[in-house]
Write a protein that binds this ligand. Sequence first.
Ligand code: KIV
Ligand code: ZN
Length: 507
Amino acid sequence: MINDIKIFDTTLRDGEQSPGCSMNLKEKIEVAKCLERLKVDIIEAGFAISSPGDFESVKTVAETVKDCTVASLSRSVEKDIDAAWNAVKGAVDPRIHVFLATSPLHMQYKLKMTEDQVLENAAAAVKYARKFCSNIEFSCEDATRSDYDFMVKVVNAVVANGATTINLPDTVGYTTPDEMRELISYVKSHIDRPDDVIFSVHCHNDLGMATANSLAGVLGGARQIECTINGLGERAGNTSLEEVVMAMYTRPDVYGVTNRIDTTQISKTSKTVYNIIGQSAPLNKPIVGKNAFAHEAGIHQHGVLANKATYEIMTPESVGITENNLVLGKHSGKHAFAERLKALGYELDKEELVSCFEEFKVVCDKKKTVNDDDLIAIVNHNMMSDDEDTGYKLNWFSVNTSNFTTATCTVNLECDGETYEAVCLGDGPLDAAFGAINHIVMPAEHTFADFSIYSISEGKDTLGDATIKLNSDGKSCTGHGLSTDVIESSIVAYLAALNKLNKMKGN
Ligand code: KIV
Ligand code: ZN
């Protein structure tokens, strides 16, 4: 049996479709570039038929990425397959990922189809997809609640029609490691041509077992793992890429498999994805949480000082966390700045470097030292702010607030060469600031779907990264802001979201 595991990343599809994780085109391209540097084998770039925006992003990722297979998801219907193919056909190695549910529950209540109809439909869909593309994945949705022998029939039919990868997903996060291992090994050993296909696992984390289930699938014979950065995904998320990869890396004695992931890219990729969606890792998140390599207890510190292996099963360096003594500050020049970014894996073009360096200098005026986390946030913020650039911009604001008076805020904004000023009272400085902005921008009716501020690094002069998501008429727009002053970062994030809202409404 081959021992090479393919890592199939679905951050841009299953990850992105979960609430609070949506990304714009530029952000998706940035994530795709990170995934390419991480050396994932397959990037599932989206679900092309689901919206024109999704189609465009799958197409752009397909045309940008050179070193990974690029896939689009597709239901088992011709118009989906057409859209998937049209979106991925520009890729160096395109893949169409067709799915159809095989569990009694899904067939009866969702599809309203009999077993025979599902069998026929699955085979026909794969046959149709195969006309365009030789790399076809078929997923038996809700496989872990499907009848094993029925799935054997379906898999035989789709393989006979040209499927090259067979995915057996735990769609609802219901299975256990023993069951997953048994499922893969049963279907694999009962189909006609097991050597002609790669078996894949795709697990959801509803019971916190996605990583364990995926690894059990590997022991059962799966050679592809579907996963996402930071475990993003529907409900409780998907299998986290960093966890499965580092488990196989740390325990070759158990799994005995290889993959081509560059593990030193894990930390940076995780941070980029968190920055983009405006979240931070829970402190105790395996591999990428702040505490994942921290040793607080005295007895642990003593052990680690004597020999790291006492309490450390993998090194921080192996996931790209480096002991970096090189902090930058206001006297650092563009060259040192560019060199540090290069060492962190960022190859910026001239224009990007100039605008990131400008933002770096602004940050240096407020913050004595700028570390790697700050730099990553500056680059990500710069990359995200591009398409937030049109519309109103903050010139200055002034807030008057205390715990015994009503807050007042004056904002001065600029748009198309004109300046505007407004003042407003509010329940606190942000309410007052947002009220003043609304006087000027007069935005369409909207609600706050999400508002988060998190600190990029440590210390009281840390950068605060604000993300605001607004909902209006069933659509949402997200804005980001980065500053050492959290009121400023919130104002910038709100303006960015309002500018997008205006654009969306055609104002
Ligand atoms: O969870 C699932 O079953 C999926 C499939 C569409 C692969 O995401
Ligand atoms: Zn899924």
